[in-house]
Design a protein around this ligand. Structure first.
Ligand SMILES: *Cc1c(COP(=O)(O)O)cnc(C)c1O
Length: 462
């Protein structure tokens, strides 16, 4: 498979190439030249998650990794998910299912990608005896998933930027109490977007990022999207749902990575009807679906912090598709976004989006009610992000259809909000997470790119 940048400067790149560079030299995002097609009947015969994963993702790495090695990496990646099953399902109302994507080591869906791609990095590094420095901006869950996955690596150092007072205490401790000498959590007095901007700026500075062998594992890294395609297929296959049924997925959305993976799955042959963009008050995508205008607002701080973003970074990939893969047009839109704070798409383009996507914004009061009602009615505790997915699904989807909701995090990660909603303590004896015994260690700065560069320089893995 070959890859190109949505803005046109880079073309004909390998999977390995785009894995390591993350962001294109023109600031664009990498996309595959074409969508491999799956044979849905054949997929249905795969008996477990790892085999299915291999079938779905190997075309994206064709020519860049041997099949036997990839199979082993996939198998190992999902062997340390804590529950009996890599993915479990919880049935609520009739044909309404939560896809529990929080059985991994850090209790959010981000583990699906991180546990897979860090070993792929390691594999490439060991074959060339190289070292790597990963840099990541996180709204909470990406950072802990990345740190957990990197812990075991002797070839990778990780620098993880998170926004001060804008992630949960649990999320913070998941990052700051892991004391490897290759782990550097950095608190920034700013928003997630400030963290993201520092990361982008460092990545674009090729002399710096090449000198220190820097790569990124943000949600814009194609390999993360790739790893998230798998569970859309898995959900249908595991639940034995026929292609003829109308199937919807509601996705708690921030950076548009997880739901874009659903879009890719559909392009590859997933028989789905609708993808519901479920947002919190940071509703750039909901406003876009309503008006065709994509424009940046200030970030609001909410009870679903992993979705507190001003820009949905991966949306550029959909924009590229909407413009029939024209890199010129995509660049023009992204220029407008930078200079005018926004842009409008045409009515035809918006109609095209609406064929597949619907959207709904759910506010914090609704989130609390959803958590409470779900507990009262089903004796089941959901986290605030999943609640947004559930709320949006119920508003948009028809009850006669199959409605999947991506359960993106375990409620323990957001215990403050959840316990307030259900008026009960959610810690129980069978849960070993959350008793952080180690002392917290991290850097803390004002929003300063130069400080981050200094930390990297002083602590690089050479
Ligand atoms: C990252 C995250 C999201 C948003 O996913 P995107 O790919 O950024 O749209 C939703 N919920 C949780 C719990 C997350 O960690």
């Amino acid at each position: 498979m070959r890859y190109l940048s949505t803005r046109g400067a880079d073309k004909n790149l390998s999977f390995k190439g785009i894995l390591f560079s993350g962001l294109a030299s023109d600031g664009g995002l990498y996309v595959p030249e074409k969508w491999p097609q799956v044979d849905y009947e054949k997929l249905k015969k795969q008996s477990n998650y790892s085999d299915l994963a291999f079938e779905i993702i190997h075309p994206f790495m064709e020519g860049d990794i041997e099949n036997t090695i990839l199979k082993k990496i996939i198998k190992d990646a999902y062997s340390n998910f804590s529950r009996d099953e890599i993915i479990s399902f919880k049935n609520l109302k009739k044909n309404e299912k939560i896809i529990e994507l929080f059985n991994g080591p850090t209790l959010a869906f981000k583990d699906f990608a991180m546990q897979l791609i860090i070993p792929i990095f390691d594999y490439y590094l060991s074959s060339k005896k190289e070292k790597l420095n990963l840099i990541v901006a996180t709204s909470g869950d990406t950072g802990s998933a990345a740190i957990n996955a990197v812990q075991k690596s002797s070839k990778i150092n990780i620098f993880c930027l998170f926004p001060k007072n804008r992630i949960s205490d649990f999320q913070k401790k998941q990052m700051t109490t892991v004391h490897g000498n290759n782990i550097f959590p950095i608190e920034i007095d700013g928003t997630f977007d400030d963290c993201q901007n520092i990361v982008k700026s460092i990545l674009i500075d090729k002399s710096f990022s090449n000198e220190f062998s820097i790569a990124a594992v943000n949600s814009i890294n194609w390999s993360r999207v790739m790893a998230q395609i798998i569970y859309y297929f898995y959900s249908l296959i595991k639940n034995d749902i026929s292609e003829k049924d109308l199937i919807n997925f509601s996705v708690p959305t921030g950076n548009f990575g997880d739901i874009y993976a659903g879009y890719v799955a559909i392009k590859m042959g997933l028989p789905a009807n609708k993808l519901v963009i479920a947002t919190n008050e940071n509703d750039i995508l909901d406003r876009f679906i309503k008006s065709g205008n994509y424009s940046i607002n200030e970030v609001a701080k909410t009870s679903s912090p992993s979705m507190d973003i001003a820009i949905a970074s991966n949306f550029e990939r959909l924009l590229f598709e909407l413009n029939n893969k024209s890199t010129e047009k995509t660049s023009k839109y992204m220029d407008d976004l930078r200079t005018n704070n926004g842009f409008d798409v045409s009515e035809d383009q918006l109609n095209l989006v609406k064929k597949l996507f619907a959207s709904k914004r759910i506010n914090q009061d609704e989130v609390e009610n959803l958590i409470k009602n779900t507990y009262d009615e089903f004796n089941y505790v959901i986290d605030p992000h999943t609640a947004i997915g559930l709320g949006a699904s119920r508003e948009i989807n028809n009850e006669d259809e199959y409605n999947f909701i991506l359960g993106t995090a375990h409620p323990l990660k957001f215990s403050k909000t959840v316990e307030k909603a259900i008026e009960e303590n959610i810690y129980s004896s069978d849960i070993t997470h959350g008793d952080f015994k180690e002392e917290e260690k991290f850097f803390s700065f004002e929003n300063s790119e130069s400080k981050v560069r200094e930390i990297i320089k002083n602590n690089v893995n050479k």
